[in-house]
Design a protein around this ligand. Structure first.
Ligand SMILES: CC(C)(COP(=O)(O)OP(=O)(O)OC[C@H]1O[C@@H](n2cnc3c(N)ncnc32)[C@H](O)[C@@H]1OP(=O)(O)O)[C@@H](O)C(=O)NCCC(=O)NCCS
Length: 144
């Protein structure tokens, strides 16, 4: 398994299968995907991308930190889940943020993924809220 930076379009097959199943492929494009300050990571089994994660330089006014990043599109193909690969992807993104002097990583986590992030020392902030068509989420964050 190897993690490398990929083009945003190369995240689409995994995003579609895991996060947007049954929805049009266009729903796999997220605002800011093509920004210079966005970085996309792919986790590869041989030549096959089996996991993706993207980080966006995006400030959430709830936090005071200047250098904030948002994690989005965190997904591992179902048959590759629960093998520690998601953790590897988050740790890779964290290393990138540390190298670029980032101060905070935040994201909206699906309720089902909250224990995964808590294990990686992210904290829930506030109450759960609904994202239409996706379901209940918690804002989560960690400072570096
Ligand atoms: C959330 C997600 C990215 C996590 O990726 P993953 O590769 O399954 O993550 P890990 O394997 O590192 O950890 C997941 C769980 O497997 C467990 N695990 C890790 N290695 C394991 C192993 N070898 N054997 C058994 N369990 C293991 C971890 O303890 C963890 O448990 P927890 O979630 O109860 O804390 C992935 O499950 C996914 O794509 N889910 C669907 C989409 C989604 O919800 N994305 C997040 C949106 S916010």
């Amino acid at each position: 398994m190897k993690i490398k930076e990929i083009h945003f379009k190369d995240t689409f097959p995994v995003r579609h299968s895991v996060l947007r199943q049954g929805k049009p492929i266009e729903t796999c494009f997220f605002d800011g995907d093509d920004s210079d300050t966005t970085t996309h990571f792919g986790l590869f089994d041989q030549e096959n991308c089996v996991g993706v994660a993207s980080i966006y330089k995006n400030k959430n006014t709830i936090f005071n930190n200047n250098e904030q990043y948002q994690l989005r599109g965190m997904a591992v193909l179902e048959e590759f889940q629960k093998k520690g690969l998601g953790e590897q992807l988050v740790m890779h993104a964290e290393n990138y943020i540390r190298l670029t002097q980032g101060e905070l990583l935040w994201f909206n986590a699906r309720v089902a993924a909250v224990p995964f992030y808590e294990r990686l020392s992210y904290q829930k902030i506030g109450s759960s809220f609904d994202i239409p068509d996706v379901g209940p989420h918690f804002l989560m964050a960690k400072e570096f």
